[in-house]
Design a protein around this ligand. Structure first.
Ligand code: URA
Length: 239
């Protein structure tokens, strides 16, 4: 690994900004090969570096993963909006440039894709690619008799210039429905359900492309993948 300054190494490993890490280096919280180092300019390469006794590792070169986003977490990097999905990720991923595909509202749970591969993320979220995203909905109110057809025709949401792409609404009973959409507008499913007479009580995304959120995953769980096959399954579109 290339030689770099201790403060740069720690920032890259997700321990904060250069300024922040300089402060805790000065406080003697960092050791190199077991010896306290208070010099932020110390050059390091393959030494064992610890912060507060915890091994400090650089992020992998590329990251591809899915996470089961729990309710209550924001898909944002702004600490004022905490709790953040970022807080659920390994600390060393912080400096890796991980992007999220298809953000979910704070009050939506489910499948979220994380990757350092910007091109793949773009493919996954661009409406032109028409990648299906499936949502399980609990709703209240009474859906219009023509709700399914209206969604299939492309609903025109308030304050939007263009109608939505045709979406598939399946109504299971007077509380549960499934919606498949092919784009990701602001609060899209909630607004579509409102436009056809209902109100979303809970929302959960369980499938992107052809990839279902694995049953064994619990809220907050992360599963890494690096294989092309998983990307192919994710990027599968019926359109
Ligand atoms: N539609 C919504 O309304 N919210 C989400 O989080 C995703 C889709």
């Amino acid at each position: 690994m290339k030689k770099q300054r201790l403060d740069a190494y720690l920032a890259h490993a997700g321990h904060g900004s250069r300024q922040e890490v300089k402060k805790f280096i000065k406080k003697g919280r960092v050791t190199i090969d077991g010896i306290v180092c208070k010099n932020a300019k110390q050059m390091v390469t393959d030494e064992v570096i610890m912060v507060d006794g915890q091994l400090c590792e650089l992020p992998p070169e590329s990251i591809d993963a899915i996470i089961y986003k729990p309710l209550g977490y924001a898909c944002s990097h702004d600490p004022r909006e905490a709790p953040l999905v970022d807080e659920l990720l390994p600390v060393e991923w912080a400096g890796a440039g991980v992007q999220m595909a298809g953000r979910l509202d704070r009050q939506t749970s489910g499948l979220l894709v994380l990757s350092t591969n910007g091109q793949r993320i773009h493919q996954l979220i661009h409406p032109k690619k028409k990648i299906p995203k499936r949502y399980q909905i609990e709703y209240m109110g009474k859906l219009h008799a023509k709700a399914i057809q209206k969604c299939a025709d492309g609903l025109h949401l308030e304050n939007e210039q263009d109608p939505c792409l045709p979406a598939e609404l399946t109504i299971h009973d007077d509380k549960h429905a499934t919606m498949i959409i092919y784009e990701g507008r602001y609060h899209q499913v909630r607004r579509m359900i409102a436009a056809v007479g209902g109100e979303v009580v809970s929302l959960h995304r369980d499938k992107i492309g052809n990839l279902e959120l694995p049953e064994q995953m619990e809220p907050g769980d992360i599963a890494g993948f690096g294989d092309e096959e998983t990307w192919e399954v994710l990027l599968q579109s019926d359109k």
